[in-house]
Design a protein around this ligand. Structure first.
Ligand SMILES: C[S@@+](CC[C@H](N)C(=O)[O-])C[C@H]1O[C@@H](n2cnc3c(N)ncnc32)[C@H](O)[C@@H]1O
Ligand SMILES: Nc1nc2[nH]cc(C(=O)O)c2c(=O)[nH]1
Ligand code: SF4
Ligand SMILES: [Mg+2]
Length: 231
């Protein structure tokens, strides 16, 4: 039976994170993850418990259940102009949820035939499809990695069970620490503003910055899309 892909949402934006930050990209967010069921009630018990993303179901922008040809067409339609006109190499980021649960050799190669460079954001616990152009590996907690080579290692920091030193053996062109962000919007009331300002110096961003300065193999990855309030 031909493969069907369960997709939460598809949107065109800038890659906000890591070495490709600022690059226009079509994001294809696959449903489901193997490290969290996506429900708040299951968060504390999950292997990955700080996820900032809703990946349940297929109800987002252009979400749905697609066969291979349909999915490639919809992704292609999000790229401005033709994908073959030399206006910058078309770029698609497969994310989720955990895209390695669904992204297979056929879809990678069909996207490439349609003109795309194919990137993945993965937790690294599942084997990857062949031929992916850019692998961003982001290990989680105590989970065991099967992906040990990547283009960029992007570790959310700090994680009690996943200190950066544990990943010295991973082969990567770039090593990034990405400050762990609040996964729910935080509203600061005016009487708490001073306290919030004071605590900035102990924020995850400053902890990550401090680690990078002491261990200069690591660079800081900021979630720039959140700063400029785009998807
Ligand atoms: C939502 S995940 C989906 C892809 C894949 N499951 C993974 O974890 O890499 C996309 C990226 O967001 C990062 N991320 C998730 N929650 C975060 C948070 N609270 N703060 C900072 N980065 C976060 C992940 O580590 C990953 O690099
Ligand atoms: N702009 C933007 N950049 C991103 N980089 C990784 C993301 C993700 O959720 O996988 C993401 C995202 O959701 N939006
Ligand atoms: S592995 Fe990725 S998608 Fe799954 S819960 Fe963690 S951050 Fe979210
Ligand atoms: Mg995101």
């Amino acid at each position: 039976m031909a493969a069907q892909y369960r997709i939460k949402e598809i949107f065109y934006t800038l890659q906000g994170e890591g070495a490709q930050a600022g690059r226009p990209a079509v994001f294809c967010r696959f449903s489901k993850c193997n490290l969290w069921n996506g429900r708040e009630s299951g968060r504390t018990a999950a292997v990955c418990n700080f996820c900032d993303t809703d990946f349940i179901g297929t109800d987002g922008h252009l979400g749905g259940v697609y066969d291979l040809e349909q999915l490639v067409v919809v992704i292609q339609q999000q790229w401005p102009g033709s994908t073959a006109n030399g206006q910058g190499k078309p770029y698609v980021v497969c994310t989720g949820g955990e895209p390695a649960l669904q992204l297979d050799d056929e879809l990678v190669s069909a996207l490439q035939h349609a003109g795309f460079e194919v990137a993945i954001e993965t937790n690294g616990t599942l084997p990857l499809a062949n031929g992916i152009d850019w692998v961003c590996l982001s290990p989680k907690g105590e989970s065991e990695l099967v992906v040990i080579e990547c283009d960029e290692l992007k570790l959310v920091y700090p994680q009690a069970d996943a200190p950066p030193e544990r990943f010295d053996y991973i082969q990567a062109d770039h090593y990034y620490l990405q400050p762990m962000a609040d996964y729910q919007p935080v509203v600061i009331s005016s009487d708490k503003l001073q306290g919030a300002a004071d605590s900035l110096s102990t924020s995850n961003t400053h902890k990550a910055l401090s680690y990078c300065l002491k261990h200069p193999r690591w660079k800081l990855s900021l979630q720039t899309h959140k700063m400029i309030r785009i998807e």
